[in-house]
Design a protein around this ligand. Structure first.
Ligand SMILES: Cc1cc2nc3c(=O)[nH]c(=O)nc-3n(C[C@H](O)[C@H](O)[C@H](O)COP(=O)(O)O)c2cc1C
Length: 209
C-alpha cells in the first residue's frame, strides 16, 4: 500500500479479533521504531514488547480494562529512562565509536555538549524530554504498522505506575510513557470500523506564511 493510502486505512482500533501478527511483520514494525530519530540520537527509552497472553491479561486492568490489550497480538510499551546522566551518555558514545569505527575520544566534545544540555534539566523536565522522544518512536511504529497492514492503537489511557509494576520496569530504571497495541481489527464488532476519519481541515491546520 502507498503511504497515504495506508494512513487513510489505519485508525485507532477499539476491538481487535485475537489474530496473531506474523513474526516478520512485528519485527519490521519494531525495526521502524528503532529507526526513529531522537534528540542527540540518545534514545532515552526502551521498547517493551509483550506478546505473552498471561502478561497481557495482567496488564489489562492497568489499561483501564481496554479490550485491545488482550484481543490484540502484542502490547508495545515505550518506557522512558528514569535518569539520564553522564553514564548513559558515555554508553551512547561507546556505541557510536563501535558502530562507526572511530575512537571514543573523538566524541568528547559531543558528549560534553549533551551533558551540558541535560545537566540543567530538573527530573521532571528530563522525564518530559524523554517522553517526547518516546512519542516520536510511537509515531514511527504507527506508520510502520499501517504500512504492514497491521492495526495499531496508540494508548496513553493507562496507569503508568501500575504498568511499571506488572512489567518490573522500575528495577530496570524505566517508566511507562506511552503504548500501542498491535493486532487486527474485529470488523464485525468495532463501532469505529467504518467511521469517517475526522481531522482539522488543511486551511485550519496548516498555516502557510
Ligand atoms: C498519544 C495517544 C494516546 C491515545 N490513547 C488511546 C487510548 O488509550 N485508547 C484508545 O482507544 N485510543 C487512544 N488513542 C487514539 C485516539 O483517540 C485516535 O488516534 C484519534 O481519535 C484519531 O483517530 P484515528 O487514530 O482513528 O485516526 C490515543 C491516541 C494518541 C495519539
Amino acid at each position: 500500500m502507498k503511504l497515504l493510502d495506508a494512513l487513510k486505512w489505519r485508525y485507532a482500533v477499539k476491538k481487535m479479533n485475537g489474530t496473531k501478527i506474523p513474526a516478520e511483520k512485528l519485527d519490521n514494525i519494531l525495526e521502524a521504531t528503532r529507526l526513529a530519530p531522537s534528540a542527540f540520537g540518545l534514545t532515552p527509552y526502551s521498547i517493551i514488547v509483550v506478546e505473552d497472553e498471561e502478561t497481557r491479561k495482567k496488564l489489562q486492568p492497568a489499561f483501564y480494562n481496554q479490550s485491545q490489550v488482550v484481543d490484540g497480538s502484542a502490547v508495545i510499551v515505550f518506557a522512558t529512562w528514569t535518569s539520564v546522566t553522564e553514564k548513559e551518555v558515555g554508553e551512547y558514545m561507546a556505541d557510536i565509536a563501535e558502530q562507526r569505527g572511530v575512537a571514543v575520544e573523538t566524541l568528547n566534545d559531543f558528549a560534553g555538549y549533551i551533558n551540558g544540555s541535560l545537566k540543567n534539566l530538573t527530573p521532571e523536565q528530563a522525564s518530559i524530554w524523554a517522553a517526547k522522544q518516546a512519542y516520536l518512536a510511537l509515531g514511527f511504529g504507527l506508520v510502520a504498522a499501517a504500512a504492514e497492514e497491521v492495526d495499531a492503537t496508540p494508548m496513553e489511557g493507562f496507569m503508568p505506575d501500575a504498568v511499571d509494576e506488572v512489567l518490573g520496569l522500575k528495577a530496570l530504571g524505566l517508566h511507562a510513557a506511552v503504548a500501542m497495541t498491535l493486532g487486527y481489527r474485529d470488523a464485525a464488532n468495532d463501532y469505529l470500523v467504518n467511521a469517517k476519519k475526522v481531522r482539522r481541515v488543511n486551511e485550519k491546520l496548516i498555516i502557510k506564511k
